[in-house]
Design a protein around this ligand. Sequence first.
Ligand SMILES: *[C@@H]1O[C@H](CO)[C@@H](O)[C@H](O)[C@H]1NC(C)=O
Ligand SMILES: *[C@@H]1O[C@H](CO)[C@@H](O)[C@H](O)[C@H]1NC(C)=O
Length: 204
Amino acid sequence: QVAANRTPTPVNVSVMHLRADSATVSWEVPEGDIVIGFSISQQRQDGHMQRFIREVNTTSHSCVLWDLEEDTDYIIQVQFIGLYGESQASQKVHFRTLKKTDRFSSNSSNQDDPTMQGLDKSRHLQTGEMIIIVVVLVMWAAVIALFCRQYDIIKDNDSSNNKEKVKQLSERSTPEHHSGGLLRSKVSLNEKCSRNLLPGRISF
Ligand SMILES: *[C@@H]1O[C@H](CO)[C@@H](O)[C@H](O)[C@H]1NC(C)=O
Ligand SMILES: *[C@@H]1O[C@H](CO)[C@@H](O)[C@H](O)[C@H]1NC(C)=O
């Protein structure tokens, strides 16, 4: 008789409609059992901020958790309230709220497994971060390449000025060869530097 009076434990507890500040907990009642209410304990995984939600005289199989913090891990447990008291707590269910900046709102969350959805979100974020990193590296490479070019132009101007002066001073070409050789080696060095920089960093 005691066993017959026992309130059933909630089954198939899951989290749907995952957002930055809310989520929906749902569960099922084993067939043939009478349940008149439920209570949910909600706790942040870091141990702070415990909350209890309790509703009686309801046949609802779900409950919205509101005022959640974004990008935070939570653990929930559901208990049934029956005619003879409370049931044992369900299995712990873990979920993580989304980031506010995430625009991929959960339209398809009804069918999807919430855990898989969480993974998808973080994959989206990782791709975004990678794109930012690549863009920054490309900009860096561009700045360096630009600097190399500017440096060459300055060098060029300097050496052509020198050439003019040298030509004016004498017809002899020994210093001319010298500065020309220097310039050529500078150019090839800089070209190597920018060629190595660009594709090398992008492929990362
Ligand atoms: C819980 O989920 C399983 C698998 O989806 C299903 O077979 C079972 O009927 C569900 N339990 C209840 C009480 O609905
Ligand atoms: C429970 O709900 C029924 C109707 O759904 C209502 O008549 C009754 O007064 C409610 N009982 C309590 C304790 O709220």
